[in-house]
Design a protein around this ligand. Structure first.
Ligand code: SF4
Length: 360
């Protein structure tokens, strides 16, 4: 039987496993500590486990779910992009955004949740791969383990905005987020974990109903449904107007912090767009995150600096709460919408989930 990766287990699952082999329950926390806090790469490094127990774990499970295929570092801003190979031969990517230059000195890892993606966003390199499969919890967590080990840096932020639509892999994604938050795991604060969606209504509703404590980012990217549908086919079955209604009903009572992401193109930043955004923003806890479009193989034109400035001014005059972010890692195709999982070709990511500036 093929070994499974131990990082697929929650604390409850590990406690049950250790019970089943006659070991005390506290071993589960010890193991989590080795895997995530100490971030070891082998069961044999777990020195407070007996030799027999280490051998047994090694015989039954794997510690790592991924293998590093390539790493690229941006000469412009130090952003690193990691290309990983899954055990069944698919490439996925993670990005470490070195935000030392930012005011808050944050370090963010952007993780992938699927190999490929079925959502078909027109501006996205990942979409061109089509959907391959959901990633396991272990494959999501191992991105973080390996990025930390390879870079020698400990990130304090995580964004689920790499390849794939997180809410189409809901269970594995939320299990990974919970393990990242465990005090004996990575111990990353819930306020520093952001799940991003292109706008999957059922996932957003479930996330709010289950009172998940993480930040939520939803991609809007156009104010007119017919234009949004052209760039984000998800609009057809999950109209943003229904997401808006859902937020009207449920968001005021939820504890989540919500960012609405708006990637600026030349054709979605008119004065009329600003007015429609003003109308959409009914919740004072929602922030609009503006990100200029990255260059890519898509047909859309990035806005000029002057166009961006004029749009920002429009929104500021209308009192729409905004943040503006510059893209990181452009020279290594590690910026949003550029992750394609192609070996040697640079890579990509989820522009639907452009990384909100208050997350990095
Ligand atoms: S932008 Fe995100 S949701 Fe859209 S196709 Fe790309 S990876 Fe999928």
């Amino acid at each position: 039987m093929e070994k499974q990766c131990i990082k697929n287990f929650t604390i409850e699952g590990l406690t049950e496993y250790f019970g089943s082999i006659g070991e005390k329950g506290y071993r589960a926390k010890q193991l989590m500590n080795w895997l995530y806090e100490k971030n070891v790469g082998s069961f044999h490094d777990m020195t407070n486990f007996s030799k027999e127990l280490r051998g047994r774990l090694d015989g039954e499970f794997l510690v790592s779910a991924l293998e590093l295929a390539e790493q690229q570092v941006s000469e412009i801003d130090g952003t690193s992009k990691f290309l990983f190979l899954t055990r069944d031969g698919h490439y996925i990517e993670s990005v470490l955004m070195n935000s030392e230059g930012s005011d808050e000195g944050r370090l963010t890892v952007c993780v992938s949740t699927q190999a490929g993606c079925a959502m078909g966003c027109r501006f996205c390199e990942t979409a061109k791969m089509g959907f391959i499969r959901n990633l396991e919890t272990a494959e999501i967590l191992d991105q973080l383990c390996q990025v930390r080990r390879i870079s020698g840096q400990r990130n304090n932020n995580v964004v689920f905005m790499g390849m794939g639509e997180p809410f189409m892999n809901y269970d594995a994604v939320l299990r990974a987020a919970d393990i990242m938050n465990y005090s004996f795991g990575f111990h990353i604060s819930v306020r520093k974990i952001t799940i991003s969606t292109s706008g999957v209504l059922a996932g957003i509703e479930r996330f709010i109903d289950e009172r998940r404590p993480y930040n939520l980012a939803i991609s809007l990217n156009d104010t007119l449904p017919e234009k949004r549908e052209k760039i984000m086919p998800v609009e057809r079955s999950n109209p943003f107007s229904r997401i808006s209604d859902l937020l009207d009903r449920k968001f005021p009572a939820s504890r989540n912090r919500l960012t609405v992401v708006y990637v600026m193109r030349q054709d979605n930043i008119s004065h009329e767009d600003a007015k429609r955004l003003k109308k959409m923003f009914r919740y004072n806890r929602v922030k609009l995150n503006l990100i200029p479009l990255n260059e890519g193989t898509h047909d859309y034109r990035p806005p000029t600096e002057q166009e961006v400035e004029r749009f920002i001014k429009d929104l500021e005059i209308m009192n729409v709460p905004i943040t503006v972010r510059k893209s990181l890692g452009r020279d290594i195709s590690g910026a949003c919408g550029q992750l394609s999982g192609k070996k040697y070709s640079g890579c990509g990511g989820c522009m639907a989930g452009n990384i909100p500036s208050d997350c990095i």
